[in-house]
Design a protein around this ligand. Structure first.
Ligand code: NAD
Ligand code: ZN
Length: 360
């Protein structure tokens, strides 16, 4: 038996207002006046001086605002890398991502592709990245995905939605400033927060579970319940706890895996462009049979926050569409094996998947 040897985020700062320390964190990392820091920032912050005026731009540093209307794609990463190479005189000193899972993943992928040849799609998979990425920093502005701590960057490519899982993917530095999450709209707060909750349920009930994953998963699950079920936290406490739930939820899946909801929602994202948080919720709502306790609590949380999920998103799909989704989801073998064990193929058949998708 050989155990996996995981890299972790080596530096993290936690605290309300810690974003103000960015300049002192970056100063020793600047490799020259021609080597800028490039900030990828969710365009929801465009024209928001509360955030942007605190980004410490010097020399050739610049901000690139990115839309998160769609999930990040491999071609988007390639275009950003090309733009950065064409417009900077030297390899950047660092890439910073300020935003949710989408922007954090873009920052990770861009920092990898600046030092690795070819196209981003060539690196979707496990341990395909050859060279260390350039210095990269993650600054989450919404909590739940665990992208700030994970060893992957999930991208939609020409053939699949799949992460670049590698030892070079985790951030070199993360800044956890819960104040940055203060203006997240309630529905999005719920969807992205539920991504964390679902990570916990899928990890804790999975066959890959070990004590490392279990302890992180239990901590994150407790925090999610405090935030989404019990109603006795101040806004600040709630924002701070969800930020730590996201972190621990991400740590929990390092050694385990996600499960049925993620496997099925990846296919919805690929075919229909349904985004991760809401997609997971739409799927998870129908998974009582696999996660009876988890789904019961999820429904209570949904009700508590008056969340109404979209219905009938698969109503107009053709048989060919269903086949495509089923192929994509069944290709995610580690997720199914984690969820259902070694003989998962006898439990989750194409027909069974089609019936489930038809309910959504
Ligand atoms: P997101 O990054 O797409 O952001 C969701 C929405 O929230 C966007 O409209 C964004 O503009 C808005 N937003 C973000 N911060 C805000 C703020 N402070 N105020 C107001 N609005 C704000 O969503 P997400 O759920 O964080 O991330 C989803 C992505 O993360 C997916 O692409 C998914 O594949 C990826 N993901 C990655 C990992 C990983 O380990 N790398 C894990 C889970 C999910
Ligand atoms: Zn997720």
């Amino acid at each position: 038996m050989s155990y996996k040897n995981f890299p972790m985020v080596p530096r993290v700062i936690f605290g309300r207002g810690s974003f103000n320390q960015l300049s002192e964190i970056l100063a020793p990392k600047r490799s020259g006046i021609n080597a800028p820091f490039i900030y990828l920032v969710d365009d929801v912050f465009k024209g928001n001086p509360w955030l942007t005026s605190r980004i410490p731009l010097a020399y050739e540093d610049r901000i690139i605002f990115v839309s998160t209307e769609k999930e990040p794609t491999t071609t988007q990463v390639d275009a950003l890398v090309e733009d950065i190479i064409l417009t900077t005189k030297a390899l950047p000193s660092g890439i910073l991502g300020i935003g949710g899972g989408s922007v954090l993943d873009l920052a990770k992928a861009v920092s990898i592709m600046l030092t690795n040849e070819g196209e981003a799609k060539d690196y979707q998979g496990w341990d395909l990245v050859k060279n260390p990425a350039i210095y990269h920093v993650g600054i989450p502005t919404i909590s739940g995905t665990g992208a700030e701590v994970s060893r992957t960057t999930v991208l939609i490519g020409p053939e699949k939605k799949l992460g670049m899982n590698s030892d070079f993917t985790p951030f070199d530095q993360v800044i956890l400033d819960s104040e940055l999450t203060k203006d997240v709209p309630t529905e999005q707060w719920f969807y992205t927060g539920m991504d964390c909750y679902i990570h916990c349920v899928e990890s804790l009930t999975g066959t890959y579970l070990n004590t490392f994953s279990e302890t992180y998963g239990n901590m994150a699950l407790e925090l999610c319940k405090e935030v989404f079920l019990d109603n006795n936290l101040s806004q600040i406490e709630s924002q701070e706890k969800l930020m730590m739930a996201s972190w621990h939820g991400g740590m929990s899946i390092a050694y385990s895996q996600v499960g049925v909801a993620h496997a099925m929602s990846y296919a919805l994202a690929f075919l229909l462009g349904v985004k991760h948080g809401i997609g997971n919720c739409i799927v998870f709502d129908h998974l009582e049979e696999f996660y009876p306790e988890g789904v019961k609590v999820f429904k209570a949380m949904k009700q508590k926050h008056n969340i109404v999920l979209p219905q009938g998103i698969c109503a107009d799909l053709t048989d060919a569409d269903f086949d495509k989704m089923i192929t994509i989801t069944l290709n995610l073998e580690p997720l199914w094996e984690n969820a259902l064990g070694k003989s998962w193929k006898s439990i989750i058949t194409p027909q069974k998947l089609k019936e489930l998708y038809q309910k959504m």
